[in-house]
Design a protein around this ligand. Sequence first.
Ligand code: NCD
Length: 309
Amino acid sequence: MNEFYNKDIISIKDFSKDQLEKIFTSTDKVMKLNPSERREICKGKILGYLFYEPSTRTRLSFDSAMASIGGTSLGISDISSSSTQKGESLSDTVRMMSIYSDVLILRHPLDGSSRFASEVSEKPVINAGSGTEEHPSQAIQDLFTIKKEKKRIDGLKIGIVGDLKYGRTVYSLLSGLGNFDVDVNLISPESLRIRSDSTYEIKKKLDFTETPDIEDCLDDLDVLYVTRIQKERFPDEEEYLKVKGSYVVGLDMIKRMKEDSIILHPLPRIDEISSDVDKTKNARYFEQAEYGKHVRAALLGMILNENGL
Ligand code: NCD
């Protein structure tokens, strides 16, 4: 039996390097299929989604991935129009959705929400963002993008810049990178440094340095992963205003980077990468979004087929 069959995807920490490599291989395989072969993978299967926070890419890429492998999706993307407004618990909503679907995708503002959902759901649950904690499918997509665009992950110098305190994609990415031999530079304002309580495990597997000054490492980086300041997670707007616009990647910065370096971003972008960077060969964030669709198709295919892809 395929080891991913019926598996929940809650944390990137639940995956070994070998398992990540298997997902990459399956993603490559899915990308090579023609549309009619692809539609056989999850023919007749249903993806159910519950989004308690806004989303464009994650929900639509799961939707689009599922359609491309022959399945359908249903769910709630605006919780204010659901029975949650009448007071229904997360547990009951998840249980209901797991009756209507074969696999469930959950985004929720609370840490631990996806783990909890997987305990009450009859069907496998994929965490599509839980509080400030994790976003594992984004990290798998990020690692896959690095592998495709740089042809390797081991040996790279990777800078992660922006909101390292509240950005959940950062924690999942760091845990994923812990499986590889990479040098990581974390670049953030002092008030948005990585949370030390959440990096205890990561530190055992990964070496990283921290700096507020992007110039300290810019010319040495192979990958610059840019993140959005997570305005909605600040307890105090004043604090947000102090760090808003701290880093803006523009053409001037690109010129100081290695010629073959790449710029990634989980998106949405606000003002942290200027739009004139989009046309440079270093910008790979739209490719990254496209890979996300294929990674999710592979994940769904492996979770829903006993014999794998
Ligand atoms: C991210 C998220 O929701 O954590 N978005 C995404 O899924 N690509 C990043 C963000 O919102 O900044």
